[in-house]
Design a protein around this ligand. Structure first.
Ligand code: F6R
Length: 239
């Protein structure tokens, strides 16, 4: 695991944004695994600017997002579909048919997850971007007694509800989500994680210095051969 400590979230956005731009320049039809939340926003801004400036094109890029809330309309302002369009896709030339999400409104979530896993298997993610929960979750793989394999419907924990409910000012936050499993995340050729702020410091310590355990799902990354973790000083404080 390569660890890189930067001064702040903006610097991380520049470094990770540049890493993604170079990867897209090198392989224009790259398959990206993407995350939502606050952590990747500066990175997405950097990529969007590079695209708007004509430096890179996302025309042939394919993307697979990690997760989506259950029973939230796709066009709700808090859906991850809306987030990705607002923060990245709408500022680029990516083609809508190349953008993939788990459908949190699917009538049969199990079938939806199985179909997503087949698509992922076929596509093979080249570069996976991850944030991390305060409790060590990646995607929405919450701490539990087992590492998950494929995509599944998950009940969100109190820690996650508390962290994300601030975005849901009108409607209550969904308590369930569909998420890619740990096994699928680990299949990415390269993984880049972003962790910023003091609230992530305990998760960083457990992930980097602790035992590999599903009680800290992110700790599985110790077993991946190509992971880079970008932290700001606050997140790196116990590492
Ligand atoms: C979102 C996701 C989550 C977030 C994590 C951190 O797609 O997969 O694992 O990365 O909850 O969220 P932020 O970045 O908002 O602290």
């Amino acid at each position: 695991m390569e660890l890189i400590v930067k001064e702040n979230a903006e610097e991380i956005g520049q470094a990770v944004g540049e890493l993604f731009c170079k990867a897209i320049e090198k392989k224009p039809n790259i398959v990206l695994g993407l995350a939502t939340g606050a952590s990747p926003i500066p990175t997405y801004r950097y990529i969007a600017h590079a695209c708007e400036a004509g430096r890179i094109s996302l025309r042939d890029v394919r993307t697979y997002n990690l997760d989506e809330y259950v029973d939230l309309p796709r066009n709700d302002k808090n859906s991850y579909y809306t987030f990705m369009h607002r923060e990245l896709f709408d500022h680029t030339d990516i083609r809508e048919e190349n953008v993939h999400f788990l459908n949190g409104n699917a009538p049969d979530p199990q079938a939806e997850c199985a179909a997503y896993d087949r698509a992922l298997e076929h596509a093979q993610v080249d570069l996976q971007l991850l944030g991390v929960g305060r409790n060590g979750h990646i995607g929405f793989n919450e701490p539990s007694n087992v590492f998950t394999k494929g995509s599944f419907k998950v009940q969100l924990t109190e820690s996650t509800l508390e962290a994300n409910s601030k975005y849901f000012d009108e409607n209550p936050m969904p308590h369930y989500a569909l998420t890619m499993g740990i096994g699928s995340i680990m299949k990415a050729r390269k993984i880049v994680m972003i962790a910023t702020g003091e609230k992530k410091a305990d998760a960083m310590k457990a992930m980097i210095c602790g035992e590999v355990s599903p009680l800290c799902p992110a700790s599985i990354l110790q077993f991946h051969h190509n992971v880079v973790v970008y932290m700001d000083k606050a997140a790196a404080k116990y590492v």
